[in-house]
Design a protein around this ligand. Structure first.
Ligand code: AMP
Ligand code: DBH
Length: 536
């Protein structure tokens, strides 16, 4: 049984095939086409892994999982950081036709449980280096609560569960069983705006096209040496063009566990990195490190710096070529599909001031007013889009889909944008109830629900506040029955098992939350309060 998802209408699918966007090839073609190459595909610390070895390792793992009874149409929950095993596992599961959710390494109990509840995974693949899996306490509860899980593999495990052992078993007689190219290959994670994190089904056809087209625009080729310093599972460093773009082109991916200058600068010099992808706060920290002059490392090999995930100010943008000495590319994308790039030959003003234009000629993007009607060119309104690699529905979320899509299948991303006469987009704001903390998205409702579990909390509202480094941080406004300090609130949330970046940066206890005329919490007013009376 294939994983259920919202298909594109037949007419659209036929058009995308006819135009050569959908090739009916599995995503694993990205790797199998290089199966005989001894060029280095991944550098992870001191480990250099060739394409041949990567391909072999993925098949070994796939064969081992197949022998243990894993089948096409099943799902997997994976949590691996920026390590070569992440790509080995991804390709292994794709070869088997098992669709993974790749949780971020920063995710904790709450997120993993929410994903597992939705996909009912047959296998869990995680890492002993993650605090959750350092001992068996969480693992035991997890397999107890999620009865679908038949198999557990752990990186850096010394016992029966070792992922490395499974990867080392030769894949004799293995026959790959990928899902059909127009079925779900894996799930992407949405930044979300609802109580439960939403999953985005991505097919081989749509994802492969987005990667191929990204490579054309970003000029990735066999000489590309890409530093992956953002979370490897995230859509941006995975597919825009990201590591999968590099593999398709036959280049080399170098892994870094975080985007700090201390870690990344020496890697850039040592491995002659020529392209990388950052979020705006990391750019600020890189510029600071350069201006402090403490680093004697040369970044001369770096030719292209992609910046996306959150709004980049024009001031910061202009400092990139001037102070880092490389070209800037703005990337405005979403795990749901649509990705916009400034083009490499765009004039500097366009690169500094816009978030680029859609990558595909068949991306349909327009701007809607609050009633869903099209606005004249240049005006600010809601981004509406559909196209050859933009999904048609969140996994098993009919109520939410009814709101997120219009009757013609256009997805409303919750971003407020304007489009100029050349078709370039500027992100002007956001309508969705989400905080973008330096590229890490927080769904307000998810945290509010957790806050309401606290015995002293009667009402809770999470809103964004301006921050000079991260762009936005989060502030929790609480109505309480007994005084609550910020440390206690954060401790409570940590105990609920939620990712650290989602903990409120500030907490304010108030007598009542402001309401709109219809009685909803007035978040605009709350943000106004914050701007007028910044909390210390
Ligand atoms: P996600 O749903 O987690 O994939 O996050 C996608 C969202 O990130 C978009 O809808 C935007 O709100 C935000 N985003 C991504 N790239 C940019 C960018 N370059 N500028 C402003 N916002 C961005
Ligand atoms: O923020 C994002 O989700 C994002 C940013 C840039 C993305 O998914 C992408 C490029 O593909």
């Amino acid at each position: 049984m294939p994983v259920p998802f919202t298909h594109w209408p037949d007419e659209a699918a036929a058009r995308y095939r006819q135009k050569g966007y959908w090739l009916d090839l599995p995503l694993t073609d990205i790797l199998t086409r290089h199966a005989d190459s001894d060029a280095t595909a991944v550098i992870d610390g001191e480990r250099h892994v060739s394409y041949r070895q990567l391909h072999q390792a993925a098949d070994n793992l796939a064969a081992q999982l197949q022998r243990q009874g894993l089948k096409q149409g099943e799902t997997a929950l994976v949590q691996l950081g920026n390590v070569v095993e992440f790509y080995i596992t991804l390709f292994a599961l794709l070869r088997l036709g098992v669709a993974p959710v790749n949780a971020l390494f920063s995710h904790q109990r709450s997120e993993l449980n929410a994903y597992a509840l939705q996909i009912e995974p047959a296998v869990l693949i995680a890492d002993r280096d993650h605090p959750l899996f350092a001992d068996d306490a969480f693992l035991n509860t997890f397999v107890e609560e999620h009865r679908s899980v038949r198999q557990v593999l752990l990186r850096h495990d010394h016992g029966d569960h070792a992922l490395e052992t499974a990867i080392a078993q030769p894949a004799t007689g293995f026959v790959a069983t990928p899902t059909p190219a127009d079925e779900v290959a894996f799930f992407q994670l949405s930044g979300g705006s609802t109580g439960t994190p939403k999953l985005i089904p991505r097919t081989h056809n749509d994802y492969y096209y987005s990667i191929r087209r990204s490579n054309e625009i970003c000029h990735f080729d066999a000489q590309t040496r890409y530093l992956c310093a953002l979370p490897a599972a995230h859509n941006y460093p995975l597919s825009s063009p990201g590591a999968l773009g590099v593999f398709l082109a036959g280049g080399c991916v170098v892994l870094a566990s975080d985007p700090s200058a201390t870690l990344c600068f020496p890697l850039i010099e040592r491995h002659q990195i020529n392209v990388t992808a950052l979020v705006p706060p990391a750019v600020s920290l890189w510029l600071q490190a350069i201006s402090e002059g403490g680093s004697h490392v040369s970044l001369r090999s770096l030719r292209l710096l992609q910046v996306g995930g959150a709004r980049l100010s024009a001031t910061l943008a202009a400092r990139i070529p001037a102070e880092i000495g490389c070209q800037l590319q703005q990337v405005f994308g979403m795990a749901e599909g649509l990705v916009n790039y400034t083009r490499l030959d765009d004039p500097p003003e366009r690169i500094f001031n816009t978030q680029g234009c859609p990558m595909s000629p068949d991306d349909e993007v327009w701007v809607a007013d609050e009633h869903g009607n099209p606005l004249p060119q240049g005006e600010v309104g809601r981004l509406m889009t559909r196209g050859p690699y933009t999904f048609r529905g969140y996994y098993r979320s009919p109520e939410h889909n009814a709101q997120a899509f219009d009757a013609n299948g256009f997805y409303s991303s919750g971003d407020l944008i304007s489009i100029d006469e050349a078709g370039y987009i500027t992100v002007q704001g956001r309508e969705k109830d989400q905080i973008n903390r330096g590229g890490e998205k927080i769904a307000a409702e998810e945290i509010e629900n957790l806050l309401l579990r606290h015995a002293s909390v009667i009402h809770a509202a999470l809103v964004s506040m301006e921050d000079s480094l991260l762009g936005e941080k989060s502030c929790a406004y609480l109505v309480v029955t007994a005084p609550l300090r910020a440390v206690a609130v954060r401790r409570f949330l940590r105990e609920q098992g939620v990712a650290e970046f989602k903990l409120p940066d500030r907490v304010a206890c108030v007598d009542a939350l402001p309401l709109t005329p219809v009685g909803k919490v007035d978040k605009k007013k709350l943000r106004q309060w914050l701007a007028e009376r910044p909390l210390t």
